[in-house]
Design a protein around this ligand. Structure first.
Ligand code: GLY
Ligand code: MN
Length: 340
């Protein structure tokens, strides 16, 4: 077994006397095996890990997985096989659904652990290259979209065109549903694009997926004086939070930098989400720049910084970049701001 991730996880399991660790989250299975399930699969990490997968995925799994593959026939067969190997204490992921939990609970002693998610916090060189390439595709596409010369188009048309450009430049797909929010709709952080033409202020939050890895950026196009005033506050929070990033600090320290600036200007209650999240195979990973996350920042974490101010019934402004943490925080890519 030469998979370093599995070796690290086995060590963590050993410290807590687990006989196995059952994974059902596709991105966790992909992370440790290189096989990306398409319907359902379970991976059991133990001395000789196995992936149980559906018949329709067998060929794909056998061709791509570094871990042995067995066809999943039923829970009773899977459980019997594991019991025959004296597996009784099993770690499960917090995302495991209750229906699956019920199929396991009578046969095993179960507890929740996040060993794989913790392992995923520090990105390898290859992972960082893929995230950087995803960001390059997304940023180049955004520039080509040339929003200021296409303001007669609708949110829905422009989000479609941005997706098309990203695929043209080599993206597998969007890393999440693109947010194109114009005028008052921009005060909803997760607004859904509609068939309405752009107004002067538009918030765009988008990303590309490249070889499984996500990028994430937000830009807000502004024009009025009031919009500019709020924009400058968000930009100050964004820039100072990035400047504050340093290995050894806590993630919550970075959230505090951004939140204190926005609060000092009187907009504490209008910053309604965390300052940032990690990304990789998933668009939202751990750790987060949030008030509650005291994870120590380490080199080669990749975390967004995306402060925002949302004024209900008026407008919202968010500025987001993705940061590769080295001796300090380095923004991935180079994307200017757009003032109309
Ligand atoms: N980019 C979407 C989000 O971070 O929620
Ligand atoms: Mn984000």
């Amino acid at each position: 077994m030469n998979n370093q991730h599995i070796k690290n996880i086995l060590k963590k399991m050993d410290e807590k006397d687990y006989d196995g660790y059952l994974l059902g989250q596709f991105t966790n299975i992909a992370y440790i095996s290189n096989y990306f399930p398409t319907s359902f699969a379970f991976c059991i990490i133990k001395e000789d890990p196995i992936i149980f997968t559906s018949k329709m995925d067998m060929e794909n799994a056998k061709n791509s997985s570094s871990i042995d593959i067995v066809e999943f026939e039923s829970f009773s067969k899977m459980n019997e096989l594991l019991k025959s190997e004296n597996i009784s204490k099993i770690a499960i992921e917090p995302s495991l659904d209750i229906a699956t939990y019920k199929k396991l609970q009578n046969d095993f002693n179960l507890d929740i652990e996040t060993f794989v998610n913790n392992e995923r916090m520090i990105k390898s060189k290859e992972e960082i290259l893929k995230i950087t390439k995803a960001a390059e595709i997304a940023q180049k596409s955004f520039k080509q979209l040339d929003i200021l010369n296409n303001k007669n188009k609708t949110e829905a048309e422009l989000s479609y065109e941005l997706g098309k450009l990203m695929r043209f430049h080599g993206a597998q797909k969007e890393s999440f549903d693109t947010i194109f929010a114009t005028g008052k709709k921009s005060s909803l952080p997760h607004s859904i694009p509609q068939n309405i033409p752009l107004e002067d202020l538009t918030l765009v939050d988008w990303g590309a997926k490249f070889e499984g890895y996500c990028s994430d950026n937000s830009r807000t196009i502004i024009s009025s004086e009031k919009e500019n005033e709020i924009f400058e506050i968000v930009l100050e929070a964004h820039n100072k939070a990035i400047k504050a990033i340093k290995p050894g600090l806590k993630c919550s320290d970075i959230d505090k930098v951004a939140r204190d600036i926005i609060s000092d200007y009187g907009y504490k209650d209008n910053f309604i989400h965390s300052t940032g999240h990690s990304l990789g195979l998933d668009i939202h990973e751990s750790p987060n720049f949030s008030t509650k996350d005291d994870t120590i920042i380490e080199k080669d974490m990749v975390i967004t910084v995306e402060p925002g101010i949302y004024l209900e019934d008026e407008f919202g402004i968010r500025i987001e970049d993705t940061i590769h943490i080295q001796n300090k925080g380095k923004i991935i890519g180079n994307l200017e701001h757009i003032i109309d």
